[in-house]
Design a protein around this ligand. Structure first.
Ligand code: PRX
Length: 649
């Protein structure tokens, strides 16, 4: 935050790209009037609006009321009964879609699998029966720590079918991180694979799970998919091969009729303290949100091939590879591996090979594509593309223009979608047939989303004044709690600005009502589109015997957006290069490869205010190589600053 009440915004971008008449004519939402009318109705009469939208779901029992209560304690569709796997599978089987491709999957080595809706249905039923046979009951939590293979989507939908909330842990997390999450969720079963392919190498997933189990006493059984054929230890009566169990399982499994507010999943995300937050989403609201936003924002059509490049380990994959697209009966493409394997043209070959129409990726990937050069996309025919999307961090106008010209060939609208693990689905985004897009802006709120920009005191700010982004009205797909810690839920999101959901981002709204996200205002950094708490890395470093204290900040990084810079004071040891390497390895063991520090800087002390708070703003300036211009009069020890600058990582 800057001085005064508002945040200073420096970006001034005036280019604007309205959709073509052809695109608008075929779009699911066609005109500004249509959008305005939907948005106004959802604001004035949320129950009426979302009640109408709920016709898009299949209900075993219709709800008694659409919305009860107000933020933060809301209940959506009380009295209703439904099942998320039924939305994604069964309801498509009575139509021609039964033989439509639900998932087109390509493994990194080039192997391909296509699961039609019927195939996916059978596999999901079988695995739901497997889970039941292992003692999983409705309400039990199941951890999924898997590569990007169809079994991950199958396991998710199988959990949903029996009402066992899944907790997916991204494959880049370490054994320690798996144990923390298993314990917090009290998971009963873990589903994993022997390994997954990444840049031609095997990521040892089962071995990582093994390393977590002596610290995860709640886990009783482990199911292992054979993916890479690498050696794994299988413990009798605890570890089972997926194929052994699924082979014997029945392909029929009735979906459990679940309450609207039945938990669908927990997904851990970083907050501004060391302990990850278990964001909990529930069935009806989440399914409605992901179903409608997929239709509106990605303009899904029956014959589209849709590809979201995220990993299902993050919320983007939950909402926009699995639940949203499948609920709409779409064809969703899944790719297992790295974008530069065997070479930097891989993504574009996939686009051409499957004639991908809608492509959704992250700014960090776009920056990598730019660096790799235009020759790679030029080798493939990208003419099938009709719509592009981005998510995860602010996109610079330059990267946006490159995406527009080189990938979209100036033909495809770009939807820059702002949302969060907590929001469950897209909140601010262009509608591709309606909105004039602006490079770097996520533009306007979707129907049902009522944002504002406010001061720390909660006063609304005017046009082009930077402030805090809040939501003033509840929406169906918002998180309901942090698993096992409702007080933290209330504190983090609802105590800062009275009556509002506090997103943790700074933003401004321009004179056209378009939103420009300026980044996090808390101690969360965004590394390659992944949220990481600086405190999480600090506590990992603090657990090393040589470390007296650590202060961690982000700094601008060409590809990752933000890199991780750690200022470390040692107890007694010398600050050698060996120790730097050891500390980097230590953070990887404690959290995982995604938290690998880019810089370790040894320091005599870290600068603190008189009240003992680490002066992160100063450290950020030092990490970025900028001379600090801020007010340092509250610094505890001036000499510390000079020595920190001298240490060049
Ligand atoms: O800071 C915002 C940034 O990512 C944060 C949410 O991270 P996560 O929960 O991991 O979810 C990422 C995928 C939904 C936000 O608080 N962010 C996300 N999308 C955008 C963005 N920043 C700018 N523009 C976006 N389109």
């Amino acid at each position: 935050m800057s001085s005064g009440n508002s945040i200073e915004s420096v970006l001034h971008e005036t280019r604007s790209f309205p959709p073509s008449a052809e695109f608008s004519a075929q779009a699911n939402i066609k005109s500004q009037e249509e959008y305005q009318q939907m948005w106004q109705r959802a604001k004035d009469d949320p129950a009426g609006f979302w009640g109408d939208m709920a016709e898009n779901l299949d209900w075993f029992k219709k709800y008694d009321s659409v919305l009860e209560g107000d933020m933060p304690e809301t209940k959506w569709f009380s009295g209703g009964k439904l099942n998320a796997s039924y939305q994604c599978l069964d309801r498509h089987l009575d139509s021609w879609r039964k033989n439509k491709a639900a998932i087109i999957w390509e493994g990194e080595p080039g192997d391909v699998r296509v699961l039609r809706y019927q195939d996916l249905y059978r596999e999901v039923c079988k695995f739901a029966n497997v889970l039941k046979s292992l003692g999983v009951e409705t309400g039990d939590r199941v951890t999924l720590y898997m590569p990007m293979i169809p079994e991950l989507a199958i396991a998710m939908l199988a959990c949903a079918r029996i009402g066992a909330p899944h907790s997916i842990i991204f494959g880049g997390f370490s054994s320690e991180a798996i144990a923390d999450r298993n314990n917090d969720a009290q998971a009963k079963v873990v589903v994993t694979a022997d390994g997954g392919w990444r840049r031609g190498k095997v990521v040892p997933l089962k071995a990582n799970v093994d390393g977590s189990l002596d610290k995860s006493p709640s886990v009783q059984k482990v199911v292992v998919v054979r993916r890479t054929g690498c050696d794994v230890d299988m413990v009798p009566d605890r570890d089972y091969w997926w194929h052994d169990l699924a082979e014997k399982a029945s392909p029929d499994c009735d979906p459990v009729e679940l309450d609207s507010e039945h938990p669908l999943y927990i997904l851990y995300t970083s907050g501004s303290t060391g302990k990850p937050k278990g964001v909990l989403h529930t069935t009806a609201g989440y399914m409605l949100g992901t179903t409608m936003t997929s239709k509106w924002v990605f303009d899904l059509k029956e014959d589209d091939t849709y590809w979201c490049t995220a990993d299902i380990g993050w919320v983007t994959g939950h909402s926009y590879i699995v639940y949203g697209p499948l609920s709409n009966g779409a064809t969703t493409l899944m790719y297992e591996g790295a974008p530069n394997w065997p070479d930097e043209g891989r993504f574009w070959e996939i686009v051409e090979k499957y004639q991908v129409n809608i492509f959704y990726t992250a700014p960090t990937a776009i920056r990598a594509f730019i660096k790799w050069g235009d020759d790679w996309p030029a080798k493939s025919d990208l003419s099938s593309l009709r719509l592009l999307g981005t998510v995860g961090e602010p996109i610079s106008p330059d990267a946006w223009m490159w995406y527009h010209k080189t990938i979209g060939q100036e033909r495809c609208p770009i939807v820059d979608t702002w949302w969060q693990t907590e929001t469950g689905g897209i909140m601010l985004s262009p509608l591709p047939g309606v909105t004039a897009t602006k490079p770097g802006s996520c533009t306007t709120p979707l129907p049902g989303v009522v944002p504002d920009i406010v001061t720390e005191e909660g006063e609304s700010l005017g046009d082009n004044q930077g402030g805090l982004l809040v939501m003033k009205q509840p929406w169906p797909h918002m998180l309901r709690t942090l698993y096992g810690d409702h007080d933290r839920f209330l504190d983090v999101y609802f105590s800062k600005i009275d009556g509002c959901y506090f997103a943790g981002d700074g933003a401004r709204r321009d004179e056209d009502g378009c939103y420009w996200i300026m980044g996090r205002v808390d101690d969360v950094i965004n590394v390659a589109g992944h949220r990481l708490s600086t405190m999480e890395v600090e506590s990992a470093l603090g657990a090393h015997s040589a470390v007296a204290e650590a202060a961690v900040v982000g700094f601008p990084h060409e590809i990752k957006g933000e890199g991780i810079c750690c200022f470390v004071t040692l107890k007694t040891a010398d600050g050698t290069d060996e120790l730097k390497k050891e500390l980097i390895a230590h953070v990887r063991t404690q959290i995982g490869a995604i938290a690998t520090p880019d810089q370790i800087r040894f320091a005599a002390a870290v600068p603190k205010t008189r009240s003992g708070k680490i002066m992160r703003r100063l450290l950020r300036d030092i990490a970025a190589g900028k001379e600090s211009v801020g007010d340092t009069t509250t610094l505890e020890d001036y000499s510390v600053l000079a020595s920190l600058r001298a240490e060049d990582g």
